[in-house]
Design a binder for this molecule. Structure first.
Ligand code: AMP
Length: 286
């Protein structure tokens, strides 16, 4: 497994791989890897002859009061996990080699980033789409793998690829959960043992939403209400949002005829967690 820190060097490797008719897959991450990340790596491995994992804690997607400086990092442990896949190249640039101080260009997807996390984290998705566009230009992948855990991010990247004609196929991977249902996240590390227990309420709330949907909810609000009621039982959990949106466009007031996304963001103590589930549409056309 090669470890590359220079964007130019990464591009040289990508260029010669493409010339040699290799199939290149990229899995972008911010490191501190867990089994959710490894599921993405395995999907990339299946589709590629050159699998690149990027590890980059991207400063432009963190707000001034967010956890950029204290975001967990353990490069050696990450590399040991990536070896097991195996990954061919780890691309781990420093922020200074990714952003020149006089950089003026952003990639921004408008509609799908407005609601949900976009309303609470201004500038976040602009940072994500900009760094992913840069990674696509540097690594030149045929495929890029993203988790449904960050569903709005996945939709934003799909839009960016379509709207800007990137020649990359986006591969989504379902959420990987702990045995008890908690969605895996690098930020779960911040949780105290008591908070870790309380955090389970997010997946329980989604289960309540699924049950309400299955038992024939009349409208999306009824499903949101069922999830919110479960979350509110846990006093240590502060709800940021519980929303039902169209799973394709992420627009509010979804029709139950089409697949809908139930998305939650909540703070458990000081830790902000997100989770979601997609409920199938009632119409046979969806
Ligand atoms: P991150 O390092 O948190 O930025 O995540 C890198 C990629 O891993 C993103 O595409 C995430 O959606 C994906 N990911 C993170 N956690 C999970 C999970 N529990 N299941 C599936 N994918 C995940």
């Amino acid at each position: 497994m090669e470890i590359i820190t220079s964007p130019d060097e990464m591009t040289r490797i990508a260029d010669s791989a493409r010339k040699a008719a290799e199939r290149v897959a990229l899995v972008p991450t911010m490191g501190y890897l867990h089994d959710g990340h490894l599921a993405l790596m395995r999907e990339g491995r299946r589709r590629s002859t050159l699998l690149v994992a990027s590890i980059f804690v991207n400063p432009t997607q963190f707000g001034p009061c967010e956890d950029f400086a204290r975001y967990p990092r353990d490069f050696e442990r990450d590399c040991a996990m990536l070896e097991t896949v195996p990954v061919d190249v780890v691309f781990a640039p420093e922020p200074v080699s990714m952003y020149s101080p006089d950089s003026q260009t952003w990639v921004e997807v408008t509609e799908v980033t407005r609601g949900l996390c976009g309303s609470n984290r201004p500038g976040h998705f602009r940072g994500v789409t900009t760094v992913v566009a840069k990674l696509f230009n540097i690594v030149k992948p045929h495929f890029a793998v993203f988790g449904e855990k960050d569903f709005q991010q996945l939709r934003a990247i799909e839009r960016m690829v379509r709207d800007l004609n990137f020649d990359v196929e986006i591969i989504p991977v379902p959420i990987v959960r702990e045995n008890d249902g908690l969605a895996m996240s690098s930020r779960n590390l911040y949780l105290s043992p008591a908070e870790r227990e309380d955090a389970l309420v997010l997946s329980l709330a989604l289960r309540a939403a699924r049950e309400k949907h299955r038992s024939g909810a009349c409208c999306a609000e009824e499903i949101v209400f069922a999830a919110t009621r479960v979350l509110k039982r846990m006093k240590s959990v502060t709800i940021e949002y519980v929303e039902a949106v169209d799973a394709e466009t992420l627009s509010p007031d979804p029709s139950l005829d089409r697949p809908i996304l139930i998305a939650i963001a909540a703070r458990v103590g000081k830790t902000r967690l997100i989770d979601n589930t997609v409920l199938a549409g009632a119409s046979p056309l969806t």
